[in-house]
Design a protein around this ligand. Sequence first.
Ligand SMILES: [Zn+2]
Length: 213
Amino acid sequence: MRLIFIGPPGVGKGTQAKFLVEQFSIPQISTGDMLREHVRNQTELGIEAKTCMDAGKLVPDSVILEMIKSRFTEDDCQHGYILDGFPRTIPQAEGLDFILEGLNQKLDSVVVLEVADSIIIHRLSSRRSCRGCGRVYNLLFDPPQTAGKCNECNEELYLRDDDNPDIIQQRLSVYHEQTAPVIEHYAQQNLTKSIEAAGSIEDIKSTVMAALS
Ligand SMILES: [Zn+2]
């Protein structure tokens, strides 16, 4: 099962990906983790990437694509993988198409998790963080025992700037702008599976499984 996972922040993408990892015994490949690992291990690609980062430049797509290509040929990818956080642009998607063709692999699906912006904003802006220990609560699913106070250290809970509704809306707008062309790219190849991801974790799991079977 070779999958790409696309979804906005706050949609529960990580939880669903983890479930599929267990279900299909396939690894989740995050390009961020992969990049950090290459840099840490000082591979040829890692050194090239680090030179760019140290110079304040973006790591070129060609470097990331080479890393993905070598990752796809590792043992644990025999039964497939979930690619997360990549591709984000059309050149990256085209580069990936080229790699897959070279490896004679085909994607099974591109899973697109969709939730109305208003629901995500409501969810994320209900988070409260502790000024003392940093523990994060959610007033909707995981409220503190005493309103406004941390269970652990009794310090005050506050709304982080990142969880401010306006900031979340901005992030979502960037997300939609970036991913729309990529989703369209895969829609043209009949690979996209749109999942309405507004319900419970269990409901979304079943919808994803049904879409993939
Ligand atoms: Zn605390």
